[in-house]
Design a protein around this ligand. Structure first.
Ligand SMILES: *Cc1c(COP(=O)(O)O)cnc(C)c1O
Length: 452
């Protein structure tokens, strides 16, 4: 508790609540106090879903982010708690039936594995296509899809402080080791980077790298200061910790050491960017997250914000406009608005592409240029990041105008292409070329990359 006493900031008292990390999973669901007012049937439904999809929430989220007078609509409740309709009715019934008759653990697990296998656990060819080869061997825990940026999944960072119900990496969290990208090999990462001079960015991701103790982060990041890694100019850390555990930067035992590490990298000339995941302005509304942001920025770190559009949480332009305005006010730079990937409980969360485009446009119209740094709506699809630029009628045909923000081939970047308008399309794979064409300009090349 000593470290909590040191805080001298506005809202001082609010900062000393919930300094001890306490987490709940499916097994402890019935210990969550505010759920006591739910009916037995409602809690049972949560158990059913949480036996299939990952569930993990902590006391800070429960106490300070969820408005329990606004259930089930509350966005952070939707973001973290399982809802019956996240499973297809027949899958829900199958698991519910097994739980009702108190089936053996092994049978419940087998049912869960079977349901999960239908939920496209590895979208966009992440496992097959992005893992680089190093000295003739695949380099575990890394992905290198775009020339400039290497993604790294440290093994100590393969959980999060809470789980998002819509997470596209949900398959990593259900205990199946084969599904994990993790690596604990700092040495191989550093050798790989040293051998790839066109890599300018290292993107630490997970899970959430900020669940790691500072001394683990240090083992990965301090090496970036070596002359051999001078070309790695930008160090990005993808994290939801500002939402789920801002204490990481304020009251955790090694918070100070963490900020000192990041500051050292900045002072040595690196661009250090915290790629923060915020879905809703409510996540930025507590005194402790504001204090965390202040401290991170004081260390010279730039915070950029990104998130997908998800139904039931943020499919509303007013929510995005307010979120971006709040971010700009806090010194956070809006970066990407994503389209939710076609995985997991996608039917519950998906928003038609046409609607995502309208939400982006209506939100952007409400903010000043300082918030218009955000690009989107963007789909992280197999060939690259594809932005929906517009919906127009051209030569008598209604079409989507699309653009590569990132491409598996750098030459595709910034190229425009056209897809047939489809009011029901929710993902890139639903799109067909416009104007009677048989394929997109990149189709043959992409197929060749996949070995098709
Ligand atoms: C989004 C993404 C990146 C980073 O792309 P930027 O446009 O530079 O932010 C890198 N690798 C993968 C696999 C990605 O999906």
């Amino acid at each position: 508790m000593n470290h909590a006493i040191k805080i001298m900031a506005p809202g001082h008292e609010a900062l000393t609540q919930n300094t001890r990390f306490q987490v709940y999973t499916e097994r402890q669901l019935d210990k969550i106090r505010p759920l006591e007012r739910f009916t037995k049937e409602q809690r049972f439904e949560m158990h059913v879903v949480a036996n299939v999809l990952p569930f993990r929430v902590n006391q800070y989220v429960i106490d300070e982010l969820i408005d329990w007078n606004n259930i089930p609509a509350d966005p952070v409740f939707q973001l973290t708690f399982p809802q019956r309709n996240m499973l297809e009715p027949e899958d829900f019934e199958r698991m519910a039936e097994a739980l009702r008759r108190d089936a053996q653990r092994s049978e419940i697990q087998a049912i869960a594995v079977d349901i999960r296998s239908k939920l496209n656990p590895h979208p966009a060819g992440q496992q097959e296509m992005n893992v680089p080869v190093f000295h003739g061997e695949p380099l575990p825990g890394t992905q290198h899809k775009y020339r400039e940026t290497v993604l790294f999944f440290p093994s100590q960072g393969q959980v999060c402080h809470s789980y998002c119900t819509f997470c596209f990496r949900w398959a990593q969290f259900i205990g199946d080791k084969e599904l994990r990208f993790a690596s604990n090999e700092a040495g191989n990462l550093h050798k790989y980077l040293a051998g790839h001079k066109d890599v300018t960015d290292l993107l630490m991701t997970g899970g959430d790298p900020m669940v790691m103790k500072t001394h683990h982060l240090k083992a990965y990041l301090e090496a970036m200061l070596r002359p051999a890694l001078e070309h790695v100019q930008n160090i990005r850390i993808g994290t939801k910790s500002l939402t789920f555990w801002p204490q990481r930067y304020v009251t955790d035992e090694d918070a100070h050491e963490l900020l000192a590490l990041l500051e050292r990298l900045v002072k040595a000339g690196k661009h250090v960017a915290l790629m923060a995941h915020f879905n809703h302005w409510r996540e930025m509304d507590t005194p402790i997250v504001r204090e965390a942001v202040r401290r991170i920025r004081a260390a010279g770190v730039v915070i950029r914000a990104q998130a997908p559009i998800v139904r039931n949480i943020n499919d509303d332009p007013a929510v995005w406009a307010k979120m971006w305005r709040t971010q700009v006010g806090m010194g956070i730079i809006p970066y990407y608005m994503f389209v939710e990937r076609d995985t997991g409980a996608k039917r519950y969360f998906e928003v038609p592409l046409e609607r995502t485009y309208q939400i982006y446009r209506e939100a952007i119209q409400q903010v000043s240029g300082l918030a218009r740094t955000v690009r989107g709506p963007s789909m992280s699809a197999g060939p690259g990041k594809v932005e929906i630029q517009g919906i127009v009628e051209l030569n008598g045909e209604k079409i989507f105008i699309l653009r590569f923000i990132q491409g598996r081939n750098p030459d595709w970047v910034q190229r425009i292409f056209f897809a047939k308008y489809d009011p029901e399309a929710t993902w890139f794979d639903d799109l067909k070329p416009a104007f009677g064409e048989e394929k997109f300009f990149f189709t043959d090349e992409y197929n060749a990359m996949q070995g098709v």
